[in-house]
Design a protein around this ligand. Structure first.
Ligand SMILES: NC(=O)c1ccc[n+]([C@@H]2O[C@H](COP(=O)([O-])OP(=O)(O)OC[C@H]3O[C@@H](n4cnc5c(N)ncnc54)[C@H](OP(=O)(O)O)[C@@H]3O)[C@@H](O)[C@H]2O)c1
Length: 233
């Protein structure tokens, strides 16, 4: 009788301690979120002066969607923009628009990031001599529709293309652009991942896995280069 009572009491205590620890962790996450998104922003504590990182920003997948929005935002801040994506005509329209609206310089590079071979040599050559302060690795592709791994009949090389476009691009663009940042001891790299990297994503398996690579790569790269450049996120 006594034994049951004391083991019940012990379980209560363990339960309380666990609840306390989980509560503490939730509070820490909440505080971090509120601090990063509201407190630090309001007080200007986490603001990086992007224009002071270098004269140019490089954005992959820049002619549409999120990449185009980054191009607009950074041009508005006065950075010159290198826009990289597949379709030259689309790139030219965005570039002309930015030059007209914000009086910045632009440069366009038309490449297909599913091609893993020659494009990086070409990109490297075209970026030579530019003082690049911001790199936005935005380009990315997904499936046309969710599908079982073995059932994808759309495209024989879909998985190769996904890996090339989502993983090779981030890795190689960092390899090309970061040496200049390290030399000047400043620069910001933003690698775009996806919530698919953090939540269960069956039927988008290869896409989600490539985006997990982006998270892990960015976290460890940020640690490696924290001494040299402003941030990798
Ligand atoms: N949109 C979302 O809801 C969402 C959610 C989570 C994560 N993301 C991630 O955010 C990033 C941008 O997404 P988004 O929806 O803004 O993309 P988007 O609207 O589809 O824009 C794609 C851009 O990338 C270019 N592009 C596509 N494939 C390319 C290739 N093989 N080679 C070179 N350029 C290529 C396109 O240019 P062309 O038209 O000339 O090919 C366009 O400029 C991606 O990495 C995506 O995975 C998006």
């Amino acid at each position: 009788m006594n034994n049951t009572g004391s083991s019940g009491c012990l379980l209560d205590k363990v339960g309380l301690i666990c609840t306390f620890l989980v509560g503490l962790q939730v509070l820490r996450w909440l505080w971090r979120f509120v601090y990063d998104n509201f407190v630090a922003v309001a007080l200007g504590l986490n603001a990086v002066d992007l224009k002071r990182q270098g004269k140019w920003a490089v954005i992959t997948g820049a002619s549409d969607g999120i990449g185009k929005a980054y191009a607009e935002h950074l041009a508005k801040k006065g950075l010159n923009i290198v826009l990289i994506s597949r379709t030259k005509s689309k790139l030219d329209i965005v570039a002309q628009d930015l030059e007209k609206k914000y009086s910045v310089e632009t440069k366009t590079i038309a490449v297909d990031f599913t091609d893993t071979r020659s494009i990086y040599h070409d990109i490297d050559k075209q970026l030579t001599g530019l003082e690049i302060g911001v790199l936005i690795n935005n380009v990315g592709m997904s499936y046309s529709h969710p599908e079982y791994f073995l059932e994808n009949k759309d495209n024989d090389h879909l998985y190769d293309d996904l890996i090339a476009c989502n993983i090779y691009s981030v890795t190689n663009m960092c390899k090309i652009v970061m040496p200049g940042m390290v030399e000047r001891r400043k620069g910001v790299v933003v690698n775009i991942s996806s919530t698919a990297a953090q939540i269960p994503s069956p039927m988008l398996t290869v896409y989600a896995a490539t985006k997990s690579y982006v998270v892990k790569f960015s976290e460890d790269l940020a640690t490696e280069y924290a001494r040299y450049i402003t941030s990798v996120v």
